[in-house]
Design a protein around this ligand. Sequence first.
Ligand SMILES: [Zn+2]
Length: 169
Amino acid sequence: MTTLPQTVLLLDELAATYRVELAEGDAERWHRQLGRFHIDDVTAALDALQASPAQFMPTVGAFTDEVRQHVRRNGPTEPEPCAICDGTRWREGQSVTDGSIVYETVRPCEFCSPELLEAARAKVAETRKRSRGVNRDTLLPYRLGEKLAEAREGLRDITEPKSAAGGGA
Ligand SMILES: [Zn+2]
């Protein structure tokens, strides 16, 4: 994995070499391509490029090709397992207690699964937003009980004679 700050450093280096001014969003654009490669493979491509510099700064596509060629020649550098999650992409979350039961929870690793963590956070925020201002009386279990009572009432009307339902006059 190559991190965004590493991509920024690489771009700065390239821009300085070729005396090119970077534009807004360049780093993100490059990172989308380079992020999936190991930093050592990206650095090797940079070294190769600087050993025999071209006249113009390579495009992100050309640079990515250079990285791919390096990987093809040498095999991909195996990533070190993440120190936070040991490469599992998940880490321990807070344990939740429900009565006497303790639930161990996990959450996505912020280094290995940032998208997943972001999605989980958005989901929690959305749930909180939705549950704000909800009248407890309108929650499903209450209405379910009401509907059940109605149904029973209806059933009794059908199965029991009118005189019995009226409690006897
Ligand atoms: Zn991790």
